[in-house]
Design a protein around this ligand. Structure first.
Ligand code: PEP
Ligand code: MG
Length: 588
């Protein structure tokens, strides 16, 4: 049987074979299917069910929009419900199903085409635009007919490969991720948040797979190689066995690595390194503990918000999650980053209005400052939990710090809230390590001064690269320009590390670069000692570090820092590291 394949960019390693399910955000095509007379009434009933489901969805949209933006913005969803309940719209569809004995999709399409033609003929442009509402309603009914809404995805009960044009992090966290064998997305990038979540959970992902939504529509099975970025639709037996043998190889490698979990993370010449975990969803703590990390270097607390959305987390919600994290880490330090919402991590319930350029907008610490109550709730919970444990067990980190004044304000808030909690007779820490993310270039430039005021720094290379190279980290069109090997980025990292040393403040690196086998040796050579990464990457990085010579890495980093193009650095690293990478069987 003839089959098709497609290439994209593998951004979370692994192999998967399974049934594709499309999370539809593209227009759904309809075909005409003739029906025997006996099935016509059942088809009418199917249409009515779909309309009811769509109307229910519109009602939910209306409620959500009212909550988030105010009733005046929710009017559109009310109009949608009116259209979807209008007999002059619905009856002709049922008439066509009965008279022409055809499927509901086709009948709906014919009626909509008629409506659109009539609207377009109207002289008033405003009225003519109403056709958009009709089209929107029709799409929602079509989605209900196809059963492709998140409602169904949420209730998935069998393993699938999820195919979508794009997938927001908030949608992703609401999916039953234990049923997702892999993701294939038309958009996205290596450090997009959906990718990060999937990588942390060990789910393979291919992004930039243009046309996948259409091709997957007709496929019964999809094989996914997220090492190579290859997707095969309806693979033949030879291809399936090839994918399966790669999958076995990958599993065997993982099992071998697991045996090394208790070996020290130290270079060949005795330089110890510290490996910590980045956690998005608390389920990942188990993997982090299994892989024997020394602590949590980054808990992205915004995922707690996304999980509970549209409700805002209460102080008690925060307390429960933080206590759970600290307990499960069994005495190891836990670094909790305050909400880094905004940007691509939608926070409509808090921000309210949409922004033209959200990545440069109300994001991270700025958003928290603009919503004092929201921030206060989180900080109070953090301090209460910190007060229950020895100093240093809980550390607070502030995201998107772009100037020292922001850190000072955050520190002041912490001090005030500690006093407030004590007055209430609640637990509050006597001292709590407070750190700043260095992920905006201005903070990297000011690192020496910033380091003097903080207890620790953590370099967020995902954003540092995005903001210093002006390359959207989740836009596949510019993914080739997103270069961790950029000399500008490397020099910034070296500067931040030196600033930390000068002030006697530890510096961790917590962007995805900390798990990139090509970059780790260079970072070791630049003097970084502490790496925080998605838990799945820990064993590979440990194996790699154990093969490195610290002295050679320092010399290699010195040479790399003198280079002036990303390509030069990349080729140099590939050449210098070929033997080490081959020894550890690591693919880059
Ligand atoms: C980073 O920017 O490198 C980082 C770790 O934070 P996030 O990926 O959550 O933006
Ligand atoms: Mg960041």
């Amino acid at each position: 049987m003839s089959h098709t394949s497609l290439s994209g960019m593998g951004v979370s390693p692994g192999i998967a074979i399974g049934k594709p399910v499309i999370h539809e955000s593209l227009p759904i095509s309809t075909v005409r299917i003739g029906l025997p007379l006996a099935e016509v009434e059942a088809e009418v009933a199917r249409f009515r069910d779909a309309v009811a489901t769509a109307v229910e969805g519109m009602r939910e949209n209306q409620q959500r929009a009212t909550r988030q933006m105010g009733a005046e913005y929710a009017g559109i969803f009310e109009a949608h419900q009116l259209i979807a309940s209008d007999p002059t719209f619905l009856e002709p569809v049922e008439d066509i199903i009965r008279s022409q004995q055809v499927n509901a999709e086709w009948a709906l399409d014919s009626v909509v085409a008629n409506f659109v033609k009539r609207f377009e003929a109207l002289p008033d442009a405003h009225l003519a635009d109403r056709k958009l509402d009709v089209l929107d309603v029709a799409t929602q009914i079509l989605k209900a007919l196809h059963g492709f809404d998140l409602g169904e995805l949420r209730a998935l009960d069998h393993p699938v490969i999820l195919v979508a044009s794009d997938l927001s992090p908030s949608t992703t966290v609401q999916l039953p991720l234990d049923k997702v064998l892999g993701f294939v997305l038309e958009m996205g990038g290596p450090t997009a948040h959906t990718t990060i979540i999937a990588r942390s959970l060990g789910i393979p992902v291919v992004v930039g797979a243009h046309g996948v939504c259409q091709l997957a529509q007709h496929a019964q099975e999809v094989a996914l190689d997220a090492f190579e970025g290859r997707i095969v639709f309806d693979p033949n037996p030879a291809e399936i066995s090839e994918f399966q043998s790669r999958q076995r190889e990958h599993r065997e490698q993982q099992a071998q690595l697991l045996q090394m979990r208790t070996l020290p993370t130290v270079t060949r010449d005795g330089q110890p390194m510290e490996l910590m975990a980045n956690i998005d969803l608390t389920d990942e703590v188990k993997t982090a503990v299994d892989w024997n990390v020394v602590g949590i270097g980054l808990y992205r607390s915004e995922f707690l918000y996304m999980k509970l959305s549209p409700n805002l987390p209460s102080e008690e919600d925060h307390l429960a999650v933080y206590r759970d994290l600290v307990e499960r880490m069994e005495g190891r330090p836990v670094t909790i980053r305050t909400f880094d919402l905004g940007g691509k991590k939608l926070a409509r319930e808090v921000i309210g209005a949409t922004e033209a350029n959200p990545v440069l907008g109300l994001r991270g610490i700025r958003l928290c400052f603009s919503q004092p109550e929201f921030f206060r709730t989180q900080l109070r919970a953090l301090l209460r939990v910190a007060g229950e444990y020895p100093t240093g067990r809980v550390r607070i980190m502030f995201p998107l710090i772009s100037g020292i004044e922001e850190f000072r304000v955050a520190r002041l808030l912490v001090r005030r809230l500690c006093a407030e909690l004590r007055q209430e007779g609640r637990s509050a820490p006597d001292g709590i390590p407070l750190g700043a993310m260095v992920e905006v270039p201005s903070s990297a430039v000011m690192a020496e001064d910033l380091a003097r005021e903080t207890d620790f720094l953590s370099i967020g290379t995902n954003d540092l690269i995005q903001y210093s190279l002006a390359v959207d980290r989740s836009n596949e069109q510019v993914a080739h320009l997103y270069r961790p090997t950029s000399p500008a980025v490397l020099r910034m990292i070296a500067g931040v590390r030196a600033a930390g040393d000068a002030a006697g403040v530890p510096v961790t690196i917590c962007g995805e670069m900390a798990a990139d086998p090509l970059m780790v040796p260079l970072l070791v050579g630049l003097g970084l000692r502490s790496f925080s990464m998605n838990p799945q990457a820990v064993p590979v990085v440990r194996a790699l570090i154990r093969q490195l010579s610290y002295r050679d890495s320092v010399q290699m980093a010195r040479q790399a820092l003198g280079m002036v193009t990303s390509r030069e650095v990349e080729e140099f690293l590939l050449e210098r590291l070929a033997i080490v990478l081959a020894k550890t069987k690591i693919r880059v």
